[in-house]
Design a protein. Sequence first.
Length: 221
Amino acid sequence: MTVTHAGPTTRTLYLLDDNADFRTTARWWLEGAGYRVLDFADANAAIATLEHQMQAGTLADSCLLLDVRMPGMSGLQVHDALIARGIAGPGAQWPLPVVYMTGHGDVPLAVQAMEKGAITFLEKPFEDSALEQALAKAFEAPAAPHRPPACAEFQRRLATLTDRESEVMRGVVDGKMSKEIARDLNISAKTVELHRGRVLGKMQADSAVHLTRMAMAQRVL
């Protein structure tokens, strides 16, 4: 990948993550892709900067990459603070698009984030291409989340699941780990993983978070 220098009209990314190594790697990639990057380890500093930029009218063509789990203030709490200040959310005049970064097993938190208006989610570790697609989605439609499949199409996919796969899907969208689902269904965790993979494939979901978003949009949860 060729590293380019950010120009005065380059889109700005605000990166909030307490992991210094991750911030360094992400910043290198993002700046190489032509973005202007401001990264933060401290949530309060990020909020203060975003509030200042909003007041200065310089938040256009910006996006926030927000980690879910951080010490002190969580990503959800940061999002709440931005909504309260009119920086993000439906009440904002020019809502700042927020892309969450979440670890495996954070499905319940991801559901809460979606309810707050998150654009999409990236499950760590993620590929550069996934980040690129997420940012494209954020800048193309900053006020609207990813469109879920039509109800009829979702029901068609759902009908292809076996009874056992449906049970596993219920556990996944409830945010349960494979071991928990295995205990509930009295099967092995390995068997759960096999069914989980088939469910994601049949439902055309990229991840457990994506599956949960679709289910929630169709009011299956």
